[in-house]
Write a protein that binds this ligand. Structure first.
Ligand SMILES: [Zn+2]
Length: 88
């Protein structure tokens, strides 16, 4: 009976490991999808959003010319926020 118990022990360790891996992948996917709806091509230039200070790939950034300078935002919402804060 010792062998059977040992087998159950191994299986539960294996299942825990699988569960841990699945949770980790889920977290990574969430982080990736937070500001990058589609996957980012590696080597692409990143620009900083001055409103929320996250980095967005140039091709996906929301552009807006503010007092002669082109600013890049992660979304229109951040752009509006930034502009309203500047005007205050
Ligand atoms: Zn933003």
């Amino acid at each position: 009976m010792y062998f059977l118990r040992f087998l159950i022990f191994i299986i539960s360790i294996y299942l825990l490991y699988k569960l841990f891996k699945a949770i980790r992948q889920l977290k990574l996917a969430k982080i990736k999808n937070y500001h990058f709806p589609s996957s980012t091509a590696s080597g692409e230039d990143l620009v900083e959003d001055p409103a929320c200070h996250t980095y967005i790939p140039l091709s996906q950034a929301y552009r807006k010319e503010i007092s002669g300078n082109t600013q890049y935002f992660c979304s229109k919402r951040c752009c509006d926020k930034y502009e309203s804060e500047k005007n205050m």
